[in-house]
Ligand binder design. Sequence first.
Ligand code: AMP
Length: 114
Amino acid sequence: MSETLFIDIIERRIPADIVYETETVLGFRDINPQAPHHVLFIPKQKIRTINDVTADNAATVGELFIAAASYAKGIGVADDGYRVVMNCNEAAGQTVFHIHLHFLAGRNLSWPPG
Ligand code: AMP
């Protein structure tokens, strides 16, 4: 997977189904959805993995959660429930090395995840 895939989406060099955008965050539908609503929220600033989250970029990371909650309210699933997931490095299944919050909703989500 390209290191710059999500930068290419931010810069509109690669098309994506964008559903949310602010100055600092982009939200677009996952190309391989695992639920009826599967959106990826990413910072426009490149942060490779959760291990690269610091006090300096913590506000940007917090905005991913604000984005997810705002989107959930907008599509009417906030009260029913939804899941956000962020994978860190290979053992957890991270394939794109630009942090992204998976937003999943629209079906019953079992626990523990696979
Ligand atoms: P992860 O495995 O946590 O790194 O998640 C990466 C996600 O990016 C996967 O769920 C992929 O389906 C998704 N993905 C890969 N390429 C694209 C793309 N061009 N547009 C939208 N989502 C993508």
